[in-house]
Design a protein around this ligand. Sequence first.
Ligand SMILES: Cc1cc2nc3c(=O)[nH]c(=O)nc-3n(C[C@H](O)[C@H](O)[C@H](O)COP(=O)(O)O)c2cc1C
Length: 221
Amino acid sequence: MNVVDALKARRTIRGYKPDPIPDDILLEILDHARLAPSNCNTQPWHLTVVSGEARDKLEKALVEEIVSGKAPSPGFKPGDADLGGVYKERQYDCAMRYYSTMDIERHERDKRQALMLKNWEFFGAPHVGFISMPGGMGPVNALDVGIYLQTLMLLLVEYGAASCPQGALAFYPDPIKEIASLPEGHEIICGLSFGYEDKGAKINEVTMDRAPLDSMLTLIK
Ligand SMILES: Cc1cc2nc3c(=O)[nH]c(=O)nc-3n(C[C@H](O)[C@H](O)[C@H](O)COP(=O)(O)O)c2cc1C
């Protein structure tokens, strides 16, 4: 598989088989992901992978936290905060594609919330990763973490696995810090549920498009 093939094959997957990725394969993938570049080679990312009983315990704790009505307390400003203009429109389009695939109408608030809750059930994936960086770091360091995230997602594709990056997994850090113990002073920037795709899952039929090249590019000669 070349880079273009991997880019085209990667999609956000939200329905998984229960089978875990074997430890030796997972470690091989994670060893390759270390090759991601970063500003001054600082490599500010840390990945905590939670699987097995700890994963189930964490899912239960997170769902309890959310159902209890606790307010979110992310360590970094969420990506959907203060969106306006075309960015708000794209966010809306993304949500609408997701709901229509699942036959959910906009007014069906309970169904939308139930679908949202699946974020903290890790969409049934056998593994969940928490990508963190030191709490005092800023956007340029977050860029490094994003490069690491995409590197890891493309590697998972090459190894026949799939993933779902999740900003939502940064919203309720307390149970994660308790059960998964992040490095001292780190805050979660993004979560990543991953495993093998359930090809029959309806939720995986959702498709997203991209803005045309000329809307994001300026070429000057
Ligand atoms: C940093 C980041 C955070 C995301 N957070 C979530 C999330 O919390 N929940 C979710 O279901 N999808 C999440 N997504 C997936 C996006 O909705 C998805 O990447 C986008 O719609 C494009 O679709 P594609 O990945 O299938 O190409 C996130 C993606 C990224 C890159």
